[in-house]
Write a protein that binds this ligand. Structure first.
Ligand code: RM4
Ligand code: MN
Ligand code: MN
Length: 424
């Protein structure tokens, strides 16, 4: 289904006065409103094709109905999100969960929905029904060369799909590792993985990037072969200039200082991609900003500061994506919430008084430094984010329109209540 533009305009009309009151209230506090709004307008967050259905845990899955049955319906769902918030203008595909059978058609449908193709994702963490060799004991790290080769070829195939669609990056997340001490030799696992990644890297088109995503644990519980940012950076450095580390917020050990990791990876020119989500305990894949909004703000502070220091374009020089799972919420509502949280936090980070912060740091004025950060964090920027949407034809309140228009009910009518989307 599609949402008509005039429906969105009507809703906007009904809350326009209230919005303008809020917007006018914040404007005097923003040094350059036009510039800030433009940055918000330009900033787009990709939606992963595997996050449009209900996620499960290893205990169960409680579907909500109306889930997209194929790639086309997934693209339509993201099109809906983007029509409402104008900040979700890209889709990230996981192969083989979402194989574009006819690339030209898939591309055309995405274009109709004003969507681009973000990073392509390979999958060597599950065995597929028609697969010859098993990844039970790892893929690129495997002691068996034939299994490594199968994983390499899969990744090269994913690049080929991406080229057809106009994507320009490959994200490799490996679940490789070990569950018990002694199961593998760490150095050998690293070397095998490096050599395998090198073969994939050699197949990358010139204008492509490769993102090496790390994760502390799960599904392996003793060691992970790309377990933290240090290992990810090692691979990226050894691979070459087209290879980068990818930070997924849920992939760290408890209390890790993610903002510091982000800062140093940016300093090294080796931060390539970013997966947003939130977590309380592990890789919980919860709604962005739902648990630790201040941490997200501190991360965005480093992102903005570090990108500006290198003259990078906020919107295009890193790959931004949501990587979440939805167990109890309507996936589309959850994604709207996540995008909103990202935009709010980005806007807050843009409001930080950099000059004052630098002065405070140079004077060892710890109190002022903290005050500067918290001044921005405590500013209610929601009207700025809404204004950016309004100016690009989106909804002042995407969630309200989604509910008022009964989008989920309509999707259930259209697709049925028992559909299951491919993905996690
Ligand atoms: C992993 C990781 C990857 C994602 C898979 C589905 O934990 O976050 O980015 O592709 O989940
Ligand atoms: Mn991820
Ligand atoms: Mn994850």
């Amino acid at each position: 289904m599609k949402i008509e533009k005039n429906k969105i305009d009507n809703y906007n009309q009904s809350s326009l006065k209230e919005h303008q009151r809020r917007f006018n209230f914040i404007v005097p506090d923003v040094p350059d409103v036009a510039e800030l709004l433009q940055k918000l307008i330009d900033f787009q967050v990709a939606i992963p094709s595997w996050a449009l259905g209900t996620g499960g845990t290893r205990f169960g899955r409680f579907g909500g109905g109306g889930e997209p049955r194929n790639l086309e319906e997934k693209i339509e769902d993201i099109g809906l999100l983007h029509a409402l918030n104008k900040s979700s203008g890209a889709i990230s595909l996981h192969i083989p969960w979402d194989i574009p059978e006819n690339a030209a058609n898939t591309k055309a449908l995405a274009a109709q929905n004003d969507l681009k193709f973000d990073a392509m994702n390979s999958n060597t963490f599950q065995d597929q029904p028609d697969q010859q060799l098993s990844y039970k004991f790892g893929s690129m790290q495997n002691v068996n060369r034939a299994i490594r080769k199968q994983a390499i070829e899969h990744n090269i195939e994913v690049i080929k799909y991406g080229v057809e669609l106009g994507s320009n990056s490959l994200t490799v997340w490996l679940s490789d590792g070990s569950c018990f001490p002694g199961q593998l030799n760490f150095r050998r696992a690293f070397q095998n993985t490096l050599e395998s990644l090198q073969e994939v890297y050699a197949a990358l088109p010139n204008d492509w990037k490769m993102f090496v995503e790390y994760k502390a644990y799960e599904p392996n519980f003793y060691s992970t072969t790309v377990g933290d940012w240090g290992q990810s950076l090692l691979y990226a450095n050894k691979l070459g200039e087209k290879a980068y580390a990818l930070v997924d917020l849920g992939h760290h050990l408890p209390n890790a200082n993610i903002e510091q990791i982000v800062s140093l990876l940016l300093m090294e020119g080796k931060l390539g991609g970013f997966h947003f989500n939130d977590s309380k305990y592990g890789d919980d894949d919860l709604t962005v900003g739902s648990i630790k909004p201040y941490q997200l703000f501190l991360i965005f502070n480093e992102l903005v500061e570090g990108m500006d220091a290198k003259g990078m374009n906020h919107a295009t020089d890193l790959g931004w994506m949501i990587d979440a799972s939805h167990n109890v919420k309507d996936p589309l509502e959850d994604l709207l919430q996540s995008v909103e949280a990202i935009m709010i936090t980005y806007a807050q980070a843009l409001l930080i008084d950099r000059k004052k912060l630098l002065e405070a740091q140079n004077n060892n004025d710890v109190v002022t430094a903290q005050e500067v950060l918290q001044q921005a964090f405590r500013t209610d920027v929601r009207a700025l984010v809404a204004e950016a949407r309004l100016r690009t034809g989106g909804a002042l309140d995407p969630l309200a329109v989604y509910r008022n228009e009964k989008i989920r009910e309509n999707l259930i009518k259209e697709r049925g209540s028992k559909t299951v989307a491919t993905g996690l």
